[in-house]
Write a protein that binds this ligand. Sequence first.
Ligand code: SF4
Length: 378
Amino acid sequence: MAGIYIHIPYCRQKCHYCNFFSLATGRHREIFPQALISEAISRREYLEGETVQTIYFGGGTPSLLGAEVIGEIISRLSELFDLDADVEITLEANPDDLDEAYLKQLAKTRVNRLSIGIQSFRDEDLHYLNRVHGGQDALQSVQRAKEVGFQNLTVDLIYGIPTLNHEAWNQNLDTFFALGLAHLSAYALTVEPKTALDHLISKRKLTPVDEVQTATQFEILLNRMEKEGFVHYEISNFARPGHYSRHNSLYWLGGHYLGLGPSAHSFNGRTRQWNVARLDQYVSGSATEGVVQEKEVLTITQRYNEYILTSLRTSWGTDLEHISSVFGAGMAEFCLKSVQPFIHQGNIVQTGNRLFLTAKGKLFADGIAASLFADEAV
Ligand code: SF4
């Protein structure tokens, strides 16, 4: 199971909450696609000939690249890698880029899944977040994508925005359900250090995020998605059966992936690598392994910790048998012991050999996973 992630680092403007590597600039945009291909050529052995089942254009805002350019990148990748005939190719897109002409051109490429960064259908929330688009753009972009023939669509929504009361959050969910889509990614608004949001809140120019509001809206989300027949297959992801994101599932199930573009990560089961998060350096070094800033050969303990972090967030849960067979019986015993306090607190349940977060535990997923991590000495 292997995939390719492609990081497009350009955005029209920086959203207040964003801590991804993305720049509101057009610098090097003309030569950037060629830099990606040069990197793909220089690192084509990384996946060791595995068939590529998913390609994901993320960012940044990949829809700022022309549809022809996206098509050309895919066609070059198909010459360099063994792409599965049924490969899932996702493009993250912002609503303001998805006019009819763009969508029609995109439909001629092998992109078969669109992930649209809606965040909210309400202008007030979008203004708080400093998004470029408005609520109407958000709605119409999804409708247009459907009309042009994209059937595999997902949208992102954000809850916990101070301008979004519970009633408005319910309305955003109503709008989502009315669109008839089979996948939703929903994220809690978090204030990451050094972001504009962090700065503006500390200067009292924006209302702070309220944890109780966020937790209540998460509960609303869980209840409503369940009632509508969606599977909560990862903390932030919901799908109708058979509509899971194959690319994200690959990350959560330990699959291998090559990350192309500045700041992209790669993992092939033995090593993890990080590309430089600098545009100039990336573009000038892309034809060599120079774009890789850091490589690490993972120890058993690191791989175990990573498995805990990803598996606990999913509906497949953490499998004690898997831990025993891959990391050793001692690790399975360690896991079972360290999980007991969370079982007593009602944050985790054990069913057979698997451990799952409860609805209450899902609110603290990352903190619980970190408490289950092993030290190198275990
Ligand atoms: S569009 Fe996405 S990547 Fe770009 S600034 Fe906004 S959140 Fe960040």
